[in-house]
Design a protein around this ligand. Structure first.
Ligand code: CP
Length: 310
């Protein structure tokens, strides 16, 4: 078991299943009675070190840590000595010297959490999403959500639709499903946003949205990440909605089929997904958010145990 959670790529199938099992227990407690959650992180300190905006990931790590009894510090780059020229590595070393237990890192630089993890010895690094590389806690919470509807995760037909090229969510989910032995993952999006050679990761590329809908149990939509794109990869948002977006009209065509809609958020309403579909009866989007708190409690508990026994 790795000391830090940097990527799904570093985990074994057994480790993934153990975290999911723990996540399932936490989700039940979270929904039924939060008071039954053991304070496994009492006297521990968790720092949220976010260099990129976030609502779901930052808040759910914070809620998860507090439910487990930890103290949480939310680092603010704007109010920190980074503004005076301190490097991010020196910032992390400074945070570690304050005897913190976990640092949850989000950065727009792919590979940044791995770099930080190499520099420190006593604080556990959790990747909260790095550039276009990985978002491991997102893939774990997505899988926990899906597992509540399917008994065999290796058989679920998952399609990931949208900006695959820049998506850390797509990469982590592909790695995770492949580790579980799933050979039914498809991707689909504008050809400019589907990396050439992605089949090498063990997925197939769908030809059109009809193929996606006809052959999927779960359709996971992704946001167009304009903040990572340095030139136009799509003609316009209007055309994106028409050709790649999930619209009310397209859903009506497959009304008889039970297809779950997922989205990691934040959602671009009216672009990759129509307003009426965001919270429709097939949508798991808000349940993903609830799973996020549970999975992040599981991650803290699991990695604390690993590091205590190693
Ligand atoms: N899914 C996700 O990472 O959302 P946030 O950017 O709001 O954390």
């Amino acid at each position: 078991m790795p000391k830090h959670l940097i990527g799904i790529v570093d985990l074994t199938k057994e480790e993934i299943l153990s975290i999911l099992e723990l996540g399932k227990i936490y989700k039940e407690k979270l929904i039924k009675n939060k008071n039954t959650i053991s304070k496994n992180l009492r006297d521990r300190i968790v720092v949220n070190l976010f260099f990129e905006p976030s609502t779901r990931t930052r808040m759910s790590f914070e809620i998860a840590a507090e439910l487990l009894g930890a103290k949480v510090i939310n680092f603010s780059e704007q109010a920190s000595s980074v503004q005076k020229g301190e490097t991010k590595i020196d910032t992390l070393k400074t945070i570690e010297a304050m005897k913190t237990d976990f640092v949850v890192v989000r950065s727009n630089i792919s590979g940044f959490p791995k770099l930080l993890a190499r520099e420190i010895t006593n604080t556990i690094v959790i990747n909260g999403g790095d550039g276009s590389h990985e978002h491991p806690s997102q893939a774990l919470l997505d899988t926990l959500t899906i597992s509540e509807h399917f008994s065999d995760l290796s058989k679920v037909r998952l399609s990931i639709v949208g900006d695959i090229l820049f998506s850390r969510v797509a990469r982590s989910n592909i790695f995770l499903f492949r580790k579980l032995g799933n050979e039914n993952v498809k991707v689909y999006g504008p050809s400019t946003l589907v990396p050439s050679g992605i089949e090498k990761l063990g997925v197939t590329v769908a030809k059109n949205l009809d193929e996606v809908f006809e052959s999927s149990d779960v359709v996971m939509l992704l946001r167009i990440q304009t903040e990572r794109q340095n030139f136009a990869y799509i003609p316009s948002f209007r055309e994106y909605r028409e050709f790649w977006g999930i619209t009310q009209d397209k859903m009506v065509k497959y009304k008889g089929k039970k297809i779950f809609i997922m989205h990691p958020g934040p959602v671009n309403r009216g672009i990759e997904i129509d307003h009426d579909i965001v919270y429709c009866s097939n949508s798991l989007i808000l349940d993903q958010v609830t799973s996020g708190v549970a999975v992040r409690m599981a991650i803290f508990t699991y990695f604390l145990n690993v590091n205590s026994t190693s």
